[in-house]
Design a protein around this ligand. Structure first.
Ligand code: ADP
Length: 369
């Protein structure tokens, strides 16, 4: 038993206080301690009883020695939680020596002071909520935004490069013509050749700019179509003819008639053939037309570079390109445009490919869209 004066001091203290004997029995306590730990009385309670009703911060059980350890000479601070009251409690456990001056020498017990830490906990959970929100924001908004900005920057540099290449070569040719023209050294054949190169380059610039203009309309779902009755075989044949190459063979398995926008069909065929030529290592290319039920099926096969499986999805995305073994120009729009057009008709596009062996792109479009 403690002296009445000590007991009076303990109950007058503003914090919850419990005093243990060296054996771990409760010698004195105040009403604030009862309130924190959820006991009606602590008479005849021991340090084990207290430890059993609490957990550590991480939810694990408490060893009773944490409150009053014979080895501990230094006061210790730690956080626990009462299972009875659910309160978070900051503990300040201090061993007490009988001589008062030399702690730990003639230990008589321990004083443990407790204070409820609702404010800390409140702040902690507010902080953790804020952190969660921030993480969500980063995942849902900030990350896609940063990705979009990077994509845009990559696109601007790709597009400027692509637009500049034909312009630079036209400028050079114009300078040569100017010089030779003054010297009247240009033959009719040379002039014809020059004009057809310029025509090709202007066509390339035109289709690049068309592609860019299309993309904003396509990504906003504002694609305009003007469908009319069309013989798909004829449309494909005329596109194949525009490539002026023996490399492409067209196999028409069936006459396929349907209702589509001719300009959009041209874009599908021309973008797929352009890629087959660009990535086809100059090997033969086949374009096959067939009909499967109510769908037209167009298959474009090359035997060139091929695409690794992990890039099958990526290549249909806007501005996405895959690093290539060969150096070919492009702005990563061709397949995106094809996919958007095909999907607005209610159709689909699929790719089969093996790196180094070539690729087959299969487009299925309903006969009437
Ligand atoms: P671009 O050709 O301008 O890069 P595309 O959207 O047409 O853009 O193609 C995206 C990517 O898909 C290309 O960068 C290329 O890596 C890959 N790709 C497309 N077609 C083929 C093909 N026939 N063979 C191999 N790779 C291809």
């Amino acid at each position: 038993m403690l002296e009445p004066l000590v007991e009076a001091v303990v109950s007058a203290l503003p914090n919850a206080v419990v005093i243990f004997s060296p054996q771990g029995n409760v010698l004195a306590y105040n009403s604030k301690a009862l309130e924190l730990f959820g006991f009606n009385s602590m008479q005849d309670k021991s340090v084990e009883d207290l430890a059993q009703t609490c957990t550590l911060e991480n939810g694990s059980p408490i060893a009773s020695s944490i409150f009053v350890s014979p080895q501990a000479n230094e006061p210790r601070r730690f956080m626990i939680r009462s299972k009875k009251t659910g309160k978070w409690i900051l503990v300040y456990a201090s061993p007490v020596a009988s001589d008062g001056a030399q702690q730990g020498k003639n230990k008589v017990g321990a004083i443990t002071i407790y204070s409820e830490k609702t404010e800390i906990v409140k702040n902690l959970s507010k902080l953790s909520r804020e952190l969660q929100q921030k993480t969500k924001y980063q995942v849902n908004i900030e990350k896609p935004l940063l990705e979009a900005i990077k994509l845009r920057d990559d696109f601007i540099s790709m597009a400027s490069h692509e637009l500049k290449t034909p312009l630079t070569s036209m400028k050079l040719q114009a300078e040569i013509v100017k010089r030779k023209h003054n010297e009247t050294q240009l033959t009719r054949d040379q002039l014809d050749k020059l004009f057809s190169t310029w025509e090709e380059q202007l066509e390339r610039l035109n289709s690049l700019i068309d592609g860019m203009l299309d993309v904003s309309a396509l990504s906003e779902g504002k694609i305009k179509t003007h469908p009319c009755k069309l013989d798909l075989g004829k449309a494909i044949k005329s596109q194949v003819g525009r490539f002026y190459t023996e490399q492409i063979s067209f196999i028409k398995k069936k006459q396929v008639i349907g209702t589509w926008d001719p300009r959009r069909i041209d874009q599908i065929v021309s973008n797929l053939l352009t890629n087959a030529i660009k990535y086809g290592h100059k090997k033969p290319i086949e374009i096959i037309l067939d009909q499967d039920g109510n769908s037209a099926v167009i298959e474009v096969t090359d035997h060139g570079e091929g695409i690794a499986r992990e890039n099958f999805e990526k290549i249909f995305k806007r501005f996405e390109r895959v690093p290539s073994d060969i150096s070919v120009g492009g702005i990563g729009l061709g397949l995106y445009i094809v996919k958007q057009i095909v999907e607005t008709t209610g159709g689909s596009i699929a790719v089969k490919s093996k790196k180094g062996e070539g690729s087959t792109f299969t487009v299925r479009i309903p006969l009437s869209s």
